[in-house]
Each structure stands twice: as structure tokens, then as C-alpha cells.
Design a protein around this ligand. Structure first.
Ligand code: CA
Length: 235
């Protein structure tokens, strides 16, 4: 049974909320709204939405603070940051504090809906094996992935990853030693049929992933860079 997915909109501009609500509901999503960061964080915690659209400039708590608070509490709900145009630092900062994606204002509704769909938790899609035995993938040395629970372990200790980080790791680890360009990864992991400057998203996500899974992120042993070509999972 496909439960109706819920999107939490955290945005202080009423007209933007109205447009988002209208279009998301038309696409079959349930929507929740918060007009300041504090209320957004409370609703994220109490309502457990499937995805959050998070504005940056908000009263009470800004979008970065909301995202950071969620991640620090171990909440890996997909988060798409809504940034103002040309605020390049916002995009990178958003990804570094654990957002899954960002979209720049003014955005086309078609693009936004596509990104919501691409980022929302796709539990059915990422469960390749039904048996308990097959659900744990010993990917390399002391690193393992449980594809049922979506947990990653290093030396038996669970590592907290966002959904996107998990998907990137699982994808690369499923194709060991194969080099993927950033454009490839955008298409395969982010499910975007188009790319622009957004390939930087891949770099930031790889960096965050390394900080979490590598013993020494500065000299990684799992996810390696093939200069000029892309990234690969080394075994
Ligand atoms: Ca705002």
C-alpha cells in the first residue's frame, strides 16, 4: 500500500506557501505548513513528514539552524533548502549541515515537484533483497551496509547517514572499483535527468560521506577520487 506522502513547508512568505501547497496537493501530497523556524522544527519532530521544504531566511530560527537541529538529533528526513538566487554560499552551507538538496528561488514548479519526488524516501526501491541473510552487504573490510534497515556500520558501530548519503554509498559500493562521473551520479543517485552547476552537490555529499565513514577523511580508503574522471568505491 502506498501511503500518501507528507511534505512540510517551512516558509514565511505566505504567497509562496500558497503556491507550494496548491501544487503539491495537486500532485497527491499531503502538506503541513510552518511560518517560522521554531514552528517548523516542532512540526518536523511531532508530525514526522516524509520531506521538508525549508526556506533559509525565517523568523525565530533560520533554515540552517532547523536543519542542523534535526540532524544532530539523528533525524534523517529528506530536506530541500530553498535559497535565494545567487547565494552560492547558502547552497554549499546547506549541504554541509546535512540538507539533501537545494533549489533556488525563483524556481519553476515543475522543477520543484521533480526534486520533491526525487528526494522523497523511496523505501521500496532501495530494498533489493528480501532475505535477512542477503540484507547485510559486507562492502569492504570493516564497513557493512544493512539494506533492510538502511544502516551503515563501521567496526560494528552504526553510522548516521542522511538518506542521500546512504543512497550514494550504496550505489558506489554496489559497483566496486567502477568510476562514476559527477554527472553519472547526479542521474543515477539523484535521479535528475538534467544537470547544471548542481554537480557540486555531488562533491559536497561525497565530502560529508567521507567525514562520516572514513577513519581519516583526508586520506580516504573507501570512496576515492579519480582525478578528472569521478568517484569510485575501492575494494
Ligand atoms: Ca524567508
Amino acid at each position: 500500500m502506498d501511503r500518501q506522502k507528507t511534505v512540510l513547508i517551512v516558509e514565511d512568505e505566505k504567497n509562496i506557501v500558497d503556491i507550494l501547497r496548491f501544487n503539491l496537493q495537486r500532485e497527491g501530497y499531503q502538506t503541513l505548513e510552518a511560518y517560522d523556524g521554531e514552528d517548523g522544527l516542532n512540526k518536523a519532530r511531532s508530525e514526522k513528514p516524509d520531506l521538508i521544504l525549508l526556506d533559509v531566511m525565517l523568523p525565530r530560527m533560520n533554515g540552517f539552524e532547523v536543519c542542523r537541529a534535526l540532524r544532530q538529533a539523528g533525524d534523517n528526513v529528506p530536506v530541500i533548502i530553498l535559497t535565494a538566487r545567487e547565494e552560492e554560499t547558502d547552497k554549499v552551507l546547506g549541504l554541509e549541515i546535512g540538507a539533501d538538496d537545494y533549489i533556488t528561488k525563483p524556481f519553476s514548479m515543475r522543477e520543484l515537484i521533480a526534486r520533491v519526488g526525487a528526494n522523497i524516501r523511496r523505501t521500496a526501491m532501495t530494498a533489493p533483497a528480501a532475505t535477512a541473510a542477503a540484507s547485510t552487504m559486507q562492502v569492504s573490510g570493516n564497513l557493512s551496509i544493512n539494506t533492510d534497515s538502511h544502516q551503515v556500520f563501521r567496526d560494528g558501530k552504526a553510522i548516521d547517514l542522511t538518506q542521500r548519503e546512504y543512497e550514494l554509498l550504496t550505489f558506489l559500493a554496489s559497483h566496486p572499483n567502477k568510476v562514476y562521473s559527477r554527472v553519472d551520479l547526479m542521474e543515477q543517485v539523484w535521479n535528475y535527468g538534467y544537470v547544471g552547476d548542481d554537480v557540486r552537490t555531488v562533491d559536497v555529499t561525497v565530502r560529508r560521506l567521507r567525514e562520516k565513514i572514513e577513519v581519516n577523511p583526508a586520506s580516504p580508503v573507501y570512496i576515492l577520487t579519480r582525478r578528472g574522471a569521478g568517484y569510485y568505491f575501492a575494494v
